[in-house]
Design a protein around this ligand. Structure first.
Ligand code: AMP
Length: 199
């Protein structure tokens, strides 16, 4: 199963990606984690990304796309993959679609975590990461609205958007996701079975 997760910073992607990984045994690739690892290792890429991340801006598409291509090639994706925090621009989405089409590995679902602005603000202010002060948070949300929110429409048009209500109990939200993904898996398995039947 190949899925991506969309949603504002603080919408619960990180928390829920862990639940998804555990239940479906798929490799998770989180671009924010990869970037933070580069920053703490002090690599050239990390030095370039650090200030951008601290300012709440997006790291350039080329850098992110290179990182994704590398990790998709390196990691075990036999069971599929879950991308967290990517794509964050329509350009990244279009490039991802092209990359996956070439590999004959289309996406099955784009999970969108829907959470209201006030709730997001409350969560982000409570979580205090080094790139989370109030001004940065506001800016990150603006960047999200402008550059990332249009990605939701992109996957809606492709017919694979699955909206999850991202408020309430963490376990309950996981259950909503599992319902959607179990149904997605059923469709995948049916398709595989009918292909085998034809072959
Ligand atoms: P995250 O942990 O997903 O919130 O990402 C932390 C920061 O890393 C973001 O605020 C961006 O500066 C950067 N970042 C992560 N993923 C991407 C991406 N797909 N495109 C551009 N910048 C990204």
């Amino acid at each position: 199963m190949r899925i991506i997760m969309l949603g504002a910073p603080g919408s619960g992607k990180g928390t829920q990606s862990e639940a998804i990984r555990k239940r479906y045994q798929i490799t998770t690739i989180a671009t924010g984690d990869l970037l933070r690892a580069e920053v703490s290792k002090g690599t050239a890429l990390g030095r370039q990304a650090k200030e951008i991340m601290e300012a709440g801006e997006l790291v350039p598409d080329e850098i992110i796309l290179g990182m994704i291509a590398e990790h998709l090639a390196e990691e075990d994706t036999d069971n599929g993959f879950l991308l967290d925090g990517f794509p964050r621009t329509v350009r990244q989405a279009v490039a991802l679609d092209a990359m996956l089409q070439k590999l004959h590995l289309p996406l099955h679902a784009a999970l969108f975590f829907e959470v209201g602005y006030d709730e997001i603000m409350k969560r982000l202010l409570a979580r205090h990461r080094s790139d989370d002060n109030e001004q940065t948070i506001r800016h990150r949300l603006e960047v999200y609205e402008k550059q990332t929110a249009p990605v939701i429409e992109h996957y809606k048009e492709l017919g694979i958007l699955r909206t999850i209500q991202g408020v309430g109990d963490i376990g309950q939200i996981s259950q909503r996701i599992f319902e959607v993904l179990d149904a997605t898996l059923d469709v995948i398995n049916q398709t595989l079975a009918s292909r085998q039947g034809q072959g």
